[in-house]
Design a binder for this molecule. Structure first.
Ligand code: F6P
Length: 496
């Protein structure tokens, strides 16, 4: 076990979201998403101060009562940590999250635009960058600097695309701090970054290079990162062999570490009474063959093409009618952003098209639930025969690891070649091209007719891999990188 360290974790979404229960009492609900789940285990083993945005009204009340300082919180396992919620100006937060971080940076990093029609980089976008993204990052940087003044030895762990410019702001005020950044999304090829005006794309790259370590999930995203730094910042020095980038008198190491799950915790959760109750409901209603997908309603997840592929499969295989069903469990996401609201509409239309065409008395070919229900998702993980993960691009995709881990039916994973998980699991999956709906339809057929022995072999191999490369390995690798960064900084200081 690694020694206990002082860490400052910085992410937009925090580990808990405060709200009120029916009696009006304050409650702390677990924050959603893969990033938060993965980082929770840090709290048990280290002295953590977590800085996050105050997102709900109640979060803002907590921040105000604490005078902007950190409050002491207790994690589910009883560990204590400090939580510092940053209450941003609501307009600035809206521009940051709903105009820049998701519809611009997320769209770039998942290649979601057809460039003939979008985006228009207009005054609104420039304004949202300056008064939203930069302003909110400045608030985060102020909070980090305040925490570093309290604990100068703490290492800072920035997370994700919401915080690209904050590290540089911190570096300017705390030159000797140890800073690292984990990017949980793909890194796009250099050409796609050129959609952004020079000043903005430079700010993104310069901002993140102020860290000592920059990590991404896969070798592919790491390679793209090195390339785009070389392209966007003509004054950056890239050491391809060492994976280091020198820029502005500072060196950042660039690493890849695939995120994973806490296998033991997940196993226990899958056997909890709440999940078993959900599983019973699914099992008593399931057809002979169950095709599952579990996603946020995000355009990058490619739900509509998945439905189209299933439609093509049903068209080609009438013998499977009444014997198969697709279950789509979809967590509504980012609905204040028009592109996301429109995509949810497209999902509903796509599902209806399949059912209108094929449903028969007593058989609905496609069932979809649009709700945030993790218990039901884990119950369905146990029951699938085919799991469809056909993301257009995805940093990792934790569903591709969680679901096979607890599946009880030797289910086959159909996995997009553009999901980060493919780099690790590809050899045991049926690889699909996310745009090739005909190919996905054929892969569904191949999966449902695969010999039981072969299904077992693949399923067992994925389970083994996820167990052997679980979240503890991911965290250890990053702490190791931090130690290396500190040593490097120490030797630079001593040779000055
Ligand atoms: O990296 C992607 C990510 O940050 C995940 O951690 C999470 O599942 C998702 O995006 C959630 O995004 P948001 O915080 O916008 O709901």
């Amino acid at each position: 076990m690694a020694p206990r360290r002082k860490l400052i974790v910085v992410s937009n979404r925090g580990p808990v979201a405060f709200g009120r229960d029916a009696d009006g009492g304050r409650v702390a609900r677990r924050g959603g998403g893969g990033l938060v789940t993965a980082l929770r285990s840090l709290v048990s083993h280290h002295e953590v101060t977590w800085i996050a945005s105050a997102m709900s009204e109640e979060d803002r009340a907590v921040a105000e009562e604490a005078g902007g300082e950190a409050v002491e919180e207790t994690a589910r396992d009883g560990s204590l940590y400090r939580l510092r919620l940053v209450a941003h100006d609501p307009n600035a937060y809206d521009w940051y999250y709903n105009v820049i971080a998701n519809p611009v940076l997320w769209f770039i990093q998942h290649y979601l635009w057809g460039l003939a029609s979008a985006p228009d980089v207009d005054h609104g976008l420039h304004h949202a960058w300056n008064e939203g993204y930069v302003a909110v990052n400045r608030n985060f940087a102020d909070a980090v600097v305040a925490e570093l003044e309290r604990e100068p030895e703490a290492a800072v762990f920035f997370h994700d695309y919401h915080l690209y410019v904050a590290p540089r702001m911190v570096r300017e005020r705390a030159p000797d701090a140890t800073l690292s950044h984990f990017v949980h999304v793909p890194w796009a090829m250099p050409e796609y970054w050129r959609v952004l005006p020079d000043a903005i794309r430079r700010a993104v790259h310069e901002g993140i290079l102020a860290n000592d370590v920059v990590s991404l999930h896969t070798r592919r995203w790491r390679r793209n990162f090195l390339r785009s730094c070389e392209d966007v910042l003509d004054d950056a020095e890239i050491d391809w062999g060492a994976g280091e980038i020198g820029f502005g008198g500072h060196v950042a190491a660039v690493r890849s570490h695939p995120i994973s799950v806490d296998a033991d915790e997940f196993d226990a959760f899958a056997e909890s009474p709440e999940v078993l109750a959900e599983e019973w409901a699914i099992e008593s209603d399931r057809p002979e063959f169950l095709i599952l997908r579990v996603d946020r309603t995000d355009p990058s997840k490619n739900v509509v093409r998945g439905f189209r592929a299933y439609e093509l499969y049903l068209e080609a295989h009438p013998e499977m009618h009444r014997r198969v069903q697709m279950l789509a469990l979809l967590d509504p996401s980012r609905q204040d952003i028009p592109e996301y609201a429109e995509y949810l509409g497209a999902i509903q239309r796509g599902a209806r098209a399949v059912n209108d065409r094929f449903q028969q008395e007593g058989w609905l070919p496609l069932t979809f639930d649009i709700q945030d229900n993790f218990l039901r998702a884990v119950a369905a993980y146990k029951q699938f025969d085919v799991l469809l993960v056909n993301a257009i691009f995805d940093g990792m995709n934790l569903v591709a690891k969680e679901a096979p881990l607890v599946n009880t039916r030797d289910g086959v994973l159909l996995l997009s070649e553009n999901a980060g998980a493919h780099e690790e699991l590809g050899e045991w999956t049926l690889t699909v091209n996310p745009f090739d709906v005909a190919g996905q339809a054929e892969a569904i057929h191949e999966a449902l007719t695969m010999a039981p022995e072969e299904r077992r072999r693949r399923s067992a191999a994925i389970k083994r891999h996820v167990r052997e490369h679980d979240i503890a390995a991911w965290i250890d690798a990053q702490l190791h990188d931090l130690d290396e960064a500190r040593e490097r900084a120490g030797s630079t200081l001593s040779t000055r």
